[in-house]
Write a protein that binds this ligand. Structure first.
Ligand code: HEC
Length: 110
């Protein structure tokens, strides 16, 4: 009985550590363009709640392979600015530079 209890506790602790790992968005590699660092801030403030900290999806779809889905980067910038269905528009809340930097972060880090 006691060993079952210990197993249960270990499972709980391990799963909490596991959850902890995905709570923050991945770091930007040293030496990256400044805009990628800016993009991470925009991402954690405005996007990760729906798309998941690592961009693998949640309320919104995964954006990890976004550059493969949309060959033209303008299409992605447009979705972020204007919104689409459940995706809110950000043109009033973010500058063009912030939208471009968050896309750099998605493309280069996520
Ligand atoms: C309220 C939740 C929510 C927030 C916040 C949000 N998104 Fe979305 N996003 C969605 C949903 C839902 C979709 C799917 C829209 C559709 O089906 O047309 C989406 C779609 C997208 C797409 C297109 C994905 C594809 O595969 O076509 C991109 C790119 C995107 N979001 C980026 C962002 C970025 C960047 C931010 C932050 C500036 C952000 N999203 C914030 C919910 C959200």
């Amino acid at each position: 009985m006691r060993s079952h209890f210990l197993t249960l506790i270990s499972v709980l602790v391990l799963s909490m550590i596991g959850v902890g790992c995905v709570v923050s968005a991945p770091d930007v590699p040293q030496g990256s363009d400044q805009s990628v660092f800016e993009g991470r801030k925009v991402w954690t403030t405005f996007c990760s709640s729906c798309h998941g900290p690592s961009g693998n999806g949640g309320r919104g779809p995964s954006v990890q392979e976004i550059e493969k889905k949309y060959v033209n980067p303008e299409d992605v910038l447009l979705i972020i600015s204007k919104g689409r269905n459940g995706m809110p528009a950000f043109e009033e809340r973010l500058t063009k530079e912030e939208i471009e930097s968050v896309y750099s972060y998605i493309r280069e880090v996520l």
